[in-house]
Design a protein around this ligand. Sequence first.
Ligand code: ADP
Length: 393
Amino acid sequence: MAQVRLTDVAKVYDGKVRAVEDFSLTIDHGEFVVFVGPSGCGKSTTLRMIAGLEEITEGTIEIDGKVVNDVHPKNRDIAMVFQNYALYPHMSVFKNMAFGLTLRKLPREEIQQRVGEAAQMLGIDDLLHRKPKALSGGQRQRVALGRAIVREPKVFLFDEPLSNLDAKLRVTTRTEIKKLHQRLKTTTIYVTHDQEEAMTLGDRIVVMSAGRGVGRVEQVDTPLNVYRYPVNRFVGAFLGRTPMNFLPGRIERADSRLWFTRPGGLRLLMPEAYEEKLHPYVNQEVNLGFRPSALAEHPFPKYSEAGYTLPVHTVLIEPLGKNIDVSCRMQDGADILARIDARDDFPVNADITFYLDMDHVHVFEPGGFGINIIHADREAIAPAQPQHAAAGA
Ligand code: ADP
């Protein structure tokens, strides 16, 4: 296990492309951290700088307190698993897994034992004599995992390891990686563009963006905190299986309360708990954000007054088993999506009223990166310790 610390790390390619900027993060012993964000936000570049495959333009990277900026990749005690498996086609599975250990001239019995144990852990012990071309994609990726495990490195680095697998295999291999981490407790950094993979795997996730012309970190927190309290609109929009609803409007004061209003007549009462933070935004443009699951057909006990209702016209429903997704049009023409408990007789093409759970509403400043006014101070909250660390591992 090892601690990895990045301080003000930046990468500039060819003196002009700022691929990563101001990246600072401490990854704790045994922690599983996921870098997630859209293509081109600098995830792989950061991972490759940690691995030593890419030079660091600015800042420092430390492993267990030792600056590794100028340490050769093979001396960093790191094992990396790539999307394309990178297996040697002419070697058997055994030789592929043993390769790094053979280079290090470990005794033959120890190599046999380590490969045997890893193969058993991954359920590929009956494939050791095969060549990679005689394996399925999922099996190949397990061999690549096995090759990383037998080296018993201080840190595992994963670069989109599941991207070449079909949807079902992606989910089962994801679970295997998580189980493996629970067993080995090796510090792990994992790169993906898939928010669901990030949410399910990470003790903490690092949400990155490329939207301001450079790759940068938007938020670092536990998966649930990032989902519940996105620091800005970008993070709110990026995480979650279905898109967050956004409604542009204004904060106004009336009857000594604050309201979110839209020109078409929608008026939503802002809970008193948010008033202090919303106060500076009176008569200003904002974006109201809420996930489809924040809507329901029945009032929430805490928010049952008229000011929390959303009249809509239902356009289309999509059954999802336990839930249905309802595409709706508001009276002012805006389209929103609701995810509610499934029922057979839900009315389509009808005027109905939804109720909004104001505990799960966000108010963002205007713009794609507008800060979350209600939850902006969450940024200051220290990340939760990963479960196994808290348990004293
Ligand atoms: P991600 O992994 O998030 O998709 P990358 O780290 O691969 O992003 O890339 C970040 C940015 O750096 C992109 O704009 C990409 O085009 C650029 N980039 C990556 N590798 C190179 C390279 N070798 N030379 C020049 N630009 C690069």
